[in-house]
Design a protein around this ligand. Structure first.
Ligand SMILES: [Mg+2]
Length: 305
């Protein structure tokens, strides 16, 4: 074995290919890190490989992983980060960067690279549902159905406006469903439009799980929209943005570390924007699951910094 040069910080750089082609801002970020003494090994994800496969393969030869992408790309890296214990640097390049927001990581890749360079690590929690890890939120009901209807093709064709049209159409015909919530030694039967289980603070590009939720409090924050009519959501929207919706009578909200959600028929579970599993859904918190480079300024989405 060759002696290692301990002054080198060997970083595996994994970039979402779609973000790579569209973004010129990533090159100055990489340059900044190279100048700071990081040995950057950029890897490509070939067909049939997951981001986690790539990380696992190189794990013994690297000191950290830098993920360039959004929440979807981070989710792909999560299993290998948990297994290997390698620290994570985030370069927000995706369309949804809610986890970076929770940690206070700047949206600008060069500024985000400065955070990695500064080297301050913090340990954060992950959510888990039926073995699938998530950073921000997992939902059952309306938003999961929306994700299912919103195929990549529709997104491409109609863009943001298409999202609104599909959402409005779906909302108008969406119905409440029955679910059983098993948590903290009790079982509750509820009628709901949507159940969301959050790990961090921000999700859905501007919504807040709960105003005091953090990614390091060792808790999941569950809320259930038990509204009579879908149009109640219009009134609730400002509260959903601020994370104060739990104060409304028709929103159930509580913190827990473990919850099982059962429904009469299997329902899709959306984890950070992807449909990954179905009910029955067993949720649990994975406390202190990964180490992430964070800015020195305290972030609202972190408590114990
Ligand atoms: Mg939490």
């Amino acid at each position: 074995m060759q002696p290692e040069d301990s002054s080198k910080k060997r970083a595996l750089l994994v970039i979402n290919p779609r973000a790579r082609s569209g973004s010129s801002s990533v090159d100055p970020a990489i340059e900044l890190l190279s100048d700071a003494g990081f040995e950057i090994r950029e890897t490509r994800i070939s067909d049939g490989d997951t981001i986690s496969d790539v990380i696992r393969r190189d794990a013994s030869e690297i000191d950290l992983v830098i993920v360039g992408g959004g929440d979807g790309t981070l989710n792909g890296a999560a299993p290998a980060l948990v297994e290997t214990g390698l620290p994570l640097g985030v370069l927000p390049l995706g369309t949804a960067n809610d986890f970076a927001r929770t940690l206070g990581i700047p949206p600008d890749p060069v500024q985000a690279a400065e955070v990695i360079k500064a080297g301050q690590l913090h340990t954060v929690d992950l959510g888990e549902v039926n073995g699938h890890l998530f950073f921000n939120v997992a939902s059952i009901g309306f938003s999961a159905e929306l994700a299912a209807e919103l195929t990549a093709r529709a997104k491409k064709r109609w863009g943001v406006m298409g999202y609104g049209i599909v959402a409005a159409r779906l909302l108008m015909r969406s119905r409440l469903f029955s679910a059983y919530l098993e948590h903290d030694g009790e079982t509750e039967k509820i009628r709901t439009l949507q159940i969301s289980v959050g790990n961090g603070r921000h999700y859905g590009g501007g919504l807040t799980v709960e105003e005091t939720a953090t990614a390091d409090d060792g808790k999941l924050d569950l809320y259930s929209l038990e509204v009579d009519h879908w149009w109640r959501l219009l009134a609730l929207l400002p509260s959903l943005r601020k994370g104060t919706h739990g104060r409304w009578d028709d929103v159930r909200a509580f913190q827990t570390t473990q919850v099982t959600i059962r429904t009469k028929w299997p329902r899709a579970v959306n984890t950070d924007g992807e449909l990954t599993t179905y009910t029955p859904a067993e949720f649990r918190i994975r406390t202190k699951a990964i180490r992430v480079f964070i800015p020195p300024e305290p972030a609202a989405g972190l408590g114990g910094a």
